[in-house]
Ligand binder design. Structure first.
Ligand code: GLU
Length: 427
């Protein structure tokens, strides 16, 4: 029997469970479990064939007690208001966990990026900003890239905002191209951030990365840079599952002695699809899309979309797996957490593990405000410091209070946000 999961319900279940154990005031719970503000709007776009197509857009501000709303805009055919609500909520916890002075927000557009031309994409990005520009701003709400969007999209959006407002505001959006207000290291930040956290965990467990193997889902920005750094540290990625645009199907690419990440990057497209024929020529086994989860490896790295690790697939996870590193947002459903916990698998929860992107976005904004740009080494040093510090706090709480890692991260994040709400006198 297949279960349908709603990410927003999942995010609320996770919050409710921890809020209850924290003994949070009823009014506070009611306030924190829903977004503060939502915008739903349409974006008419002139298509290359002369017709006009109307796209549906969303922007959700979950909580702004600790700072302006911050979060990406996801371009995806299956985007829904509830997915954006969930992602906005997770952004609130993410920014609080790494202790950056930002709130949680998220945007979405229902669209299929590979089917749009560059011109259509540009008009869609500009149209999105035209609908909500007066709700954005470096002190109000700052978008960034997410699934299906990229630095070029961010620059079109910034340009539209600056054209409307008549001044330069590079800090209105992050993830811009380097040289145009973007930060060095932002492209790598989310994936590298995952591995900084994984490295700290392995270190505490007395395990050297060289002795470990991993299997991952996704080969977009997060997965690519996580795989690059993990293999540079000596780890072996045995299998990578990703979507194939050509046949609208996912495949797992496997090499028992370890995938050559740079080689695979050379045969992937802008949307993270690996060329199947070329991969076969290079000696990769091509397996069904879900084979990544059944591999005999030490670490599973879901780095694609939500709702991938469920009770239905859990029994097929190898007993060898000891760490679940969540590069994606919401890859694990709440009903699977007890199973993971029982088996003793350590979870590096999404809003801790993948917080490197937004942390570097924060650095990008700081550089924009100063109009002074740092070297890549400086950015990555600050990023590693922030990620390691956040990981240590979560790990320590999980050890001292015998908490599941996800719950420990929630405790830290919820307490910080609830405290800001209380200090402001909202509740
Ligand atoms: N979309 C990324 C995330 O989910 C980055 C957000 C940002 O940089 O604001 O964390």
């Amino acid at each position: 029997m297949s279960t349908t999961y709603n990410p927003y319900e999942n995010a609320q279940i996770q919050f409710d469970n921890v809020a209850k154990s924290l003994g949070l005031d009823g009014g506070m719970c009611e306030f924190l479990r829903v977004p503060q503000k939502e915008l739903h709007f349409t974006i008419p776009v002139k298509m290359d064939n002369g017709t006009t197509k109307t796209f549906q857009g969303f922007r959700v501000k979950h909580n702004i007690a600790r700072g302006p709303a911050k979060g990406g805009i996801r371009f995806h055919p299956h985007e829904t208001a509830d997915t954006v609500r969930a992602l906005a909520m997770w952004m609130t916890w993410k920014c609080a966990t790494v202790d950056i002075p930002l709130g949680g927000g998220k945007g979405g557009i229902i669209c299929d990026p590979p089917s749009l031309s560059a011109g259509e994409m540009e008009r869609l990005c500009r149209g999105y900003v035209r609908q909500i520009w007066n709700q954005l701003g470096h002190e109000a709400d700052i978008p960034a890239p997410d699934v299906g969007s990229n630095p070029q999209c961010m620059l079109w959006m910034m340009d539209e905002y600056e054209t409307i407002t008549g001044a330069h505001y590079p800090g209105v959006i992050t993830g811009k191209p380097v040289g145009m207000g973007g930060s060095l290291g932002r492209t790598e930040a989310t994936g590298y951030g995952c591995i900084y956290v994984l490295k700290s965990l392995l270190n505490l467990k007395g395990i050297v990365p060289e002795s470990t193997t991993a299997s991952m889902q996704g080969f977009g920005n997060v997965a690519e840079y996580a795989a690059r750094m993990y293999t540079e540290l000596g780890g072996k990625v045995i299998a990578i599952s990703c979507w194939n645009q050509a046949d609208s199907k996912a495949y797992t690419f496997r090499k028992a002695d370890g995938c050559d990440i740079v080689q695979l990057v050379g045969i992937k497209d802008a949307f993270g699809s690996i060329d199947k024929e070329k991969a076969m020529e290079l000696g990769y086994e091509v397996l069904p899309g879900d084979a990544w989860i059944t591999q005999d490896v030490d670490i599973l790295m879901p780095c694609a979309l939500e709702n991938q690790i469920t009770p239905a697939v859990f029994p097929s996870i190898s007993k060898q797996v000891k760490i679940l590193m969540e590069g994606a947002n919401g890859p694990t459903t709440p009903d699977c957490d007890p199973l993971i916990k029982d088996r003793g698998i350590t979870v590096l929860p999404d809003f801790l593990a993948n917080a490197g992107g937004v942390t570097c976005s924060y650095f990008e904004q700081v550089q924009n405000n100063m109009n002074y740009y740092w070297d890549k080494v400086e950015v990555l040093e600050k990023l590693e410091y922030a990620m390691t510090k956040a990981f240590r706090a979560v790990h320590e709480l999980s050890e001292t209070k015998s908490l599941y890692m996800r719950d420990a991260a929630y405790v830290i994040a919820i307490e910080r946000v609830a405290n800001a709400v209380k200090l402001r006198g909202w509740i």
